[in-house]
Ligand binder design. Structure first.
Ligand code: FUB
Length: 444
């Protein structure tokens, strides 16, 4: 099933309800939940869980990866890890977190075991994109119950900590190898309003434990401590409980001088129906700290600030799966057998749909090149600026390519300055759906 079919039914408008006019939720091509940001090598990586398109309850099989350098245009790297990575797991790829240590990437995940019950596993990779493998062949940690939502933090002295759990919050000290622990698993004294989804981090000497607050609806709460093992003092809401989202789940990070709080809601699913199902979408907001380290409460995501922090450079090969908005489109791995499995194609492109890249710094573009494949009749890619119906500065006729990827080039007019870029897709009378697939594009 494809997300976004009702787009054309809302009041007869071709477009989006006002409520989704901003860059949130940040992924529209599929459902994402449980955001886990990580900064590495100047890039913000975002691992998410994935609600399957037809989920009613939590149908979750894999973890996805997205990245950005400007906070509004996100590149889709596909699924980098699945519950099948763990031979002893039978499903339920819920909230994970990935951390880097000495050039290795450790993904901590909750899964349901073949033998029954939940446990925390760990997988290791040499790159943030994977491939990840399970070094233990068995769970890393298991407590009495509610073994979900692992969060890991490495302190300045090198000691790493693992926290997790719903409705109890457990913790343990990880060893330097990051795949074993020392001492007993401990249970935290209950923190007011704690439900699940702990997110452990340190900033300016303060330790923070943010969490999804008491269900339902969940908000985002937080506690602070002077010590990585507590005692933790409840400090209130980062985002209040609100009927606008049933579940929430924090992921908090500093990037390029700003602080961000990621969470989740049902806002993409709401475009289709008002009934409830676990089909969630990750959103993000800029957040601020007070001088004493406490956090200024945020309104709901739609009222929050989210600025593009650098202009987008179109004079390079841009993966087509990089977008600020792509409602109605899908992505799929370009080649599942390749070691670059994270490279995606944009698919499911129907007549009237569009892909938007925000804040593109054009300078003086003269030519546009796109790599695409069309299995049948193909279609037209129109290049518009500023709005979907804004000036059309170029048109590419993507014709039948015998299923091969082929480069198409067109000249473009009057392109300088910074503009939002819209690729608007048009079919002909023979074909309205699945017009073509896109691999990459570039301006020259
Ligand atoms: O995504 C599955 C579960 O829902 C997570 O583990 C919880 O934090 C909640 O977001």
């Amino acid at each position: 099933m494809k997300i976004g079919k009702l787009r054309y039914c809302i009041g007869g408008l071709v477009g989006l309800p006002m409520v989704l006019a901003a860059q949130n939720p940040i992924v529209q091509t599929m459902y994402t939940a449980d955001p886990a940001p990580m900064v590495y090598d100047g890039k913000l990586f975002l691992y998410t869980s994935h609600d399957e398109d037809a989920s009613t309850w939590f149908v979750m099989n894999e973890w996805k990866l997205y990245s950005t350098t400007d906070m509004v245009n996100w590149t889709d790297h596909g699924a980098v890890l699945s519950y099948e990575t763990f031979s002893w797991a039978k499903g339920d790829a819920w909230a994970m977190q990935c951390v880097e240590r000495d050039g290795k990437f450790y993904a901590y995940v909750p899964v349901t075991m073949k033998s029954g019950g939940g446990a925390i596993g760990v997988a290791v990779a040499d790159s943030p994109y994977g491939p990840f493998h399970d070094p233990l062949g068995k769970p890393l940690a298991q407590s009495k119950r509610g073994d979900i939502d692992p969060t890991v933090f490495i302190d300045d002295d090198g000691q790493a900590y693992l926290y997790w759990g719903n409705p109890f919050c457990y913790y343990v000290k990880l060893n330097e190898d990051m795949i074993s622990y020392s001492g007993e698993i401990m249970e935290l004294p209950h923190i007011e309003d704690y439900q699940e989804g702990p997110w452990f981090y340190k900033r300016n000497g303060h330790y923070y434990l943010a969490f999804a607050s008491t269900c339902c609806p969940e908000g985002i709460g937080y506690a602070m401590s002077k010590n990585p093992l507590g005692p933790w003092e409840y400090k209130g809401h980062i985002m209040d409980h609100t009927p606008r989202t049933r579940g929430n789940h924090p992921g908090i990070i500093d990037y390029k001088g700003k602080s961000y709080c990621f969470g989740q809601n049902y806002d993409i699913f709401r475009l289709e129906t008002s009934r409830h199902a676990e089909r969630r979408s990750v959103s993000v907001a800029e957040m601020e700290y007070n001088p004493n380290g406490t956090i200024r409460m945020l309104p709901y995501f739609h009222e929050c600030k989210l600025e593009q922090i650098e202009k987008f450079n179109p004079y390079r090969k841009v993966e087509a799966e990089t977008m600020a908005w792509g409602f109605g489109l899908k992505t799929t791995p370009k080649n599942i057998w390749s070691h670059e499995r994270w490279n995606q194609l944009v698919t499911s492109i129907d007549d009237g749909e569009y892909l938007m890249v925000k804040g593109v710094d054009f300078g003086k573009a003269k030519t546009f090149k796109v790599s695409a494949s069309a299995h049948l009749y193909g279609g037209i890619l129109e290049i518009h600026i500023d709005q979907k119906d804004g000036p059309c500065v170029g048109t590419v006729n993507i014709s039948h390519t015998k299923s091969e990827l082929r480069e198409f080039t067109t000249s473009v007019v009057n392109l300088n300055g910074v503009h939002d870029l819209y690729f608007v897709f048009k079919g002909g009378k023979e074909l309205k759906k699945n017009l073509f697939m896109l691999d990459w594009w570039a301006f020259e």
